[in-house]
Design a protein around this ligand. Structure first.
Ligand code: F0G
Length: 354
């Protein structure tokens, strides 16, 4: 069959830029090739810039994690692993569970108790992972995962697994290919700090290979109550409505600081209020429903605008890392419940204000 024109997933599409995987061993759900959506209705908040959203919520399990997971699980399978394990604030575990199920290997998942979004928990369960809720934080869970993988035959698929970041860097390739150039700024939410590190790897590689001639300034945004990198010290009990980035001691802390230095960017923090404002704004004005953590990128951009950092004509890409449907509870908690009406024309017309 002629598959010309059909997307084959990031391992096959970006083969020449990634560690080699045996053709018959590729574990893929055809992730990647996510849309870069131009903002049309936000000029009053961000000014005369070109703003685009890289909507990673449209990956197969609803987050950017799938880019790294296809490669990490393909390599784990190639190396004969029987099981993978991760600690997660929800998206990594959803993705690990999905790709492991496809690979026919076991997934073990440790999540902080009561602290991950409902949809993500259900994804891991539905894909057949062994899920444990740890009475502790994400950081506690990650420490245990590290210890387990050094003592038992299970492969870690947190972003400390180098294949994860290799896969994730492909999002930067796609941005360059869609735009035809590298943006002025790239804004991202920062949790464990792997993704900002991966994007920077991707941009640098594309510049070295001559596909683009410049590099963006990388702008990372942590939540105020979970901002160890900004504050310069680990946060014992991280707190934020953005559960995906509720992390007090990021694994890629040092690499993220290097990204900031090398790119001339910043790592800053945004409040929960700013995150929720951006979350609602992008949903209600641009038709894109992302999860709260994802909106930290737009919240950060709005802050940059207020600080006078942006120039007319700048191109800014905000990555929206995960889909809003994963976290119905947060959406519900800030939403006005629909009014109930009888099936009466009069009452409905009146209620609609027609
Ligand atoms: N946005 C979302 C939706 C995430 O799930 C994460 C991380 C981030 C942003 C931050 O990315 O960690 O590379 O800086 N989620 C991880 C998880 C920690 O377990 O799903 P990062």
């Amino acid at each position: 069959m002629d598959r010309k024109g059909l997307w084959l997933g990031i391992v096959r599409e970006f083969r020449e830029h990634l560690p080699p995987v045996r053709e018959d061993g590729v574990v893929t759900l055809l992730e990647g090739n996510t849309p870069l959506v131009e903002a049309e209705n936000l000029a009053d908040v961000v000014g005369s810039i070109r703003l685009l959203f890289k909507f990673e919520g449209l990956n197969p399990t609803g987050s950017f994690k799938d880019r790294g997971m296809t490669l990490a699980v393909s390599k784990a399978k190639e190396e004969g692993a029987q099981a993978v394990i991760c600690a997660s604030t929800g998206n990594t575990s959803a993705s690990a569970a999905a790709y492991a199920s496809r690979a026919g290997i076991k997934a073990y998942v440790l999540v902080p108790e009561g602290s991950i979004a409902l949809g993500k928990l259900l994804q891991a369960i539905m894909h057949g992972a062994v899920v444990l809720e740890v009475r502790g934080s994400f950081d506690d869970a990650l420490n245990i995962v590290k210890e387990i993988t050094s003592n038992y035959p299970v492969t870690m698929v947190n972003s400390l697994n180098p294949y994860r970041l290799e896969g994730q860097k492909t999002a930067a390739f796609e941005v360059c290919e869609h735009l035809g150039y590298a943006p002025t700024y790239h804004c991202l939410p920062v949790g464990n700090a792997g993704n900002i590190t991966a994007y920077w790897m991707g941009y640098k590689e594309y510049r070295e290979k001559g596909y683009v001639s410049s590099l963006p300034r990388m702008m990372g945004f942590q939540a105020e109550g979970a901002a160890p990198i900004v504050r310069g010290e680990a946060v014992e009990e991280p707190k934020t409505v953005a559960s995906a980035i509720r992390i007090g001691n990021p694994a890629s802390w040092k690499p993220a600081l290097r990204v900031k230095e090398e790119s001339g960017g910043r790592i800053e923090m945004v409040s929960d209020e700013e995150i929720l404002h951006a979350y609602r704004l992008v949903a209600s004005r641009e038709g894109i429903f992302c999860e709260p953590a994802s909106a930290a990128s737009l919240a950060g951009l709005i802050k940059m605008k207020k600080e006078g950092l942006l120039k007319d004509g700048d191109t800014v890409v905000c990555t929206l890392t995960g889909h809003g449907l994963k976290d119905p509870d947060t959406a519900m908690s800030i939403s006005v419940k629909p009014r109930k009406v009888d099936p009466s024309m009069k009452e409905i017309v009146e209620a609609l204000g027609l």
